[in-house]
Design a protein around this ligand. Structure first.
Ligand SMILES: [Zn+2]
Length: 446
């Protein structure tokens, strides 16, 4: 046991020593003004090792991208040639990552000093995979008053043989089902931490005798859908986005990994994805090629239950978005999807004043196919499907925008609090219409 604790500590310490890869990486901002400019940015991504950070790719919206310094002259030349406004935001990505880590370290020291108030580790650190598994087991054991109130199981294994753990929380008599996942993209550390926050709070409500939502819903939470990528981002490359599948078999490429959120087989590769294994948005050798993709699909499809909603948490940008992502047209029931997103995001805002934008993925961000959200609605036939892009905002004027994927751990709690409030209000809104229908019915018969 002691050895395990020591090993976890060593691994956690090592996780801060992984930023050297980004020495000499630049962070730039471009402002596309025409569709030709947008196409050129796709060309940068596909051919020059450019990593687009902004989920938005639209005319007259700022786009953040990082790139190896040796590529900068070419990018600068092309931007000048095509009339794209380009600005260097930071010329040493390694330092930028370090400054975020420093704030996290100070946060850890402060919380350790405040011995009187014990702070659980998941609020102080972005936990490693093993720690997350340990956390889930602890949570599973924590609800003593209700038998079978939680269950813990794996929905599949990854290329590196890690289990994709899932926890169910709800009264055994609850008949409706909700699915949430976090951590599809490795570098979005605030996403898994938010799932852990919600798991902890849901079980706390059970133990405090306030499980009202959980009498209606069984909530299934997958806190880390891409554990291989996440561990790689924790230890080797902080900005890693994809999973860790080797691409050599299909393309003889040394570049590893598939973008899981471009791999789902619904209008696959129609828009906004790449066939280049070195691209950050590589869609895979064929649709549904990845073990993580198939595990989630199997779980949605083969479970003898119907799902009321699927929410998938990413960062960053502060968007509460719904399908479709693959094209600009809207699903038939988009008004209902929009209304419920308004309810969720308004409750979220009431906690810390954090503003979210609402709309369809293709309209608000850009057209990109192969996302888990489009698949969940188009193939999985789930009605309420959302991608929630957590903090920070992608508005350059926002005080925290510069943190991007590197939100210091001081944000774990506020982001968890507000997201939990938003999700709960959204879930309540799924119950109320049935009640109000009953009321109307009763009033008519009175
Ligand atoms: Zn993402």
């Amino acid at each position: 046991m002691l050895f395990k604790v020591y090993l976890t500590w060593v691994l956690a310490t090592l996780s801060h020593a992984n930023n050297h890869f980004y020495k000499g990486h630049e962070l730039i901002r471009v402002l596309p003004k025409t569709n030709e400019h947008l196409r050129l940015i796709h060309h940068f991504e596909d051919n020059y090792g450019v990593d687009r950070w902004s989920e938005v790719l639209q005319v007259n919206r700022d786009i953040k991208m990082s790139l190896p310094r040796k590529q900068l002259p070419k990018i600068r030349k092309l931007c000048k040639q095509y009339g794209i406004d380009m600005k260097i935001l930071n010329n040493n990505l390694e330092k930028l990552i370090q400054s975020s880590d420093d704030i996290s370290k100070q946060h850890k020291t402060r919380t350790r000093r405040a011995i009187k108030h014990f702070t659980p580790p998941h609020l102080v650190d972005y936990l490693r995979y093993d720690q997350i598994v340990q956390f889930l087991n602890q949570q599973h054991r924590r609800s003593p008053t209700y038998r079978n109130f939680t269950s813990l199981f794996s929905i599949g294994t990854t290329h590196e043989n890690r289990s994709i753990w899932t926890i169910r929380i709800g009264k055994p008599t609850a008949r409706r089902n909700i699915l949430m996942d976090c951590g599809i993209h490795a570098r979005e550390f605030i996403s898994p931490s938010t799932c852990l926050y919600m798991i902890d709070k849901l079980i706390e409500e059970v133990n405090n005798g306030r499980p009202s939502l959980l009498s209606v819903f069984n909530i299934y939470i997958i806190p880390l859908l891409n554990p291989d990528g996440y561990e790689y981002a924790q230890t080797e490359r902080r900005m890693w986005r994809k999973n860790r599948s080797p691409n050599g078999i299909h393309y003889r490429s040394n570049c590893m990994g598939v973008d899981l959120n471009r791999n789902f087989g619904y209008h696959w590769m129609e828009n906004g994805a790449s066939m280049n294994p070195c691209s950050e948005t590589y869609a895979g050798p064929h649709q549904d090629s990845e073990p993580e993709t198939r595990s989630l699909q199997r779980f949605i499809n083969q479970s003898p239950r119907s799902w009321d909603a699927y929410l998938t948490f990413h960062s960053y940008g502060q968007y509460w978005i719904y399908p479709w992502g693959f094209a600009l047209h809207m699903p038939d029931d988009y008004r209902e999807l929009n209304n419920k997103a308004v309810i969720g995001s308004e409750a979220l805002k009431r906690v810390n004043g954090t503003l979210y934008k609402i709309g369809s993925a293709a309209n608000l961000l850009y057209e990109s196919a192969g996302g888990s959200d489009d698949w969940a609605k188009g193939v999985g036939q789930i009605k309420y499907v959302y991608t929630v892009e957590l903090r920070p905002s992608d508005d350059m004027n926002d005080a925290h925008a510069h943190f991007a994927f590197m939100l210091p751990t001081t944000f774990i709690e506020p982001v968890g609090q507000e997201t939990y409030a938003g999700v709960k209000e959204f879930l309540r809104s799924l119950i109320i219409p049935r009640k109000s229908k009953l009321l109307v019915k009763n009033q008519k018969t009175m």
